[in-house]
Design a protein. Structure first.
Lengths: 112, 113
């Protein structure tokens, strides 16, 4: 157990819908990262938050957004879902802008 | 832009043999290079990492080497065992700035008993 908790573990939804993925970082970790893993794309960096503020952005679609709350948990919102958004979404956390990143068990999103 | 290339994409070895996976990064500011192991359906887990002020690091059967000039780093696994079978990802980041990990495309390692 990495100490990073993601909910839900599985999510099945229809095209056009909106979903929210939740991540609780390890106790004391200020940085939260979101990654998308699909079969043909590997692990793609989406976005990073550090102590409540956006720190870095990757190839995140405009239909996707995220935020980190005062208690440091983070949510990734995916809207207008398309079949191609089906993937495993990982959250990771680290103490600061450095050091080992610990991954959660992921949320498997299936868009039908 | 930032990019990490990883080779080979698949690697099959006999138990007891060595395995080598190579990565190349593009951003010369990168200073932190972790390696993650991911078993099927599970989360990536860190197995070893190296920082740019070090050329080599070992941990039992696993070693990583870094050539900053060439922007190459490699993972070496000796005396492979069936439980080493997994997908291995290299990554590069800039510690102290964002630490966002840019991953390679992964290597599927199969260790044949």
């Amino acid at each position: 157990d990495s100490g990073v908790t993601q909910t839900p573990k599985h999510l099945i939804t229809a095209t056009g819908q909106r979903v929210t993925l939740r991540c609780s970082p390890r106790s004391g970790d200020l940085s939260v990262y979101w990654y998308q893993q699909s079969l043909d794309q590997g692990l793609q960096f989406l976005i990073q938050y550090y102590n409540g503020e956006e720190r870095a952005k990757g190839n995140i679609l405009e239909r996707f957004s995220a935020q980190q709350f005062p208690d440091l948990h983070s949510e990734l919102n995916l809207s207008s879902l398309e079949l191609g958004d089906s993937a495993l979404y990982f959250c990771a956390s680290s103490v600061g802008p450095g050091g080992e990143a610990f991954f959660g068990q992921g949320t498997r999103l299936t868009v039908v | 832009g930032e990019n990490v290339e990883q080779h080979p994409s698949t690697l099959s070895v006999q138990e007891g043999d060595s395995a080598v996976i190579k990565c190349t990064y593009s951003d010369s500011a990168s200073n932190y290079f972790p390696w993650y192991k991911q078993e099927l359906g599970k989360r990536p887990q860190l197995i070893i990492d190296i920082r740019s002020n070090v050329g080599e690091k070992k941990d039992q059967r696993i070693a990583v080497t870094l050539n900053k000039t060439a922007k190459h780093f490699s993972l070496h696994i000796t005396e492979t065992q069936p439980e080493d079978s997994a997908v291995y990802f290299c990554a590069a980041s800039i510690e102290g700035a964002t630490n966002k990990l840019i991953f390679g495309t992964g290597t599927l390692l199969a260790v044949q008993p």
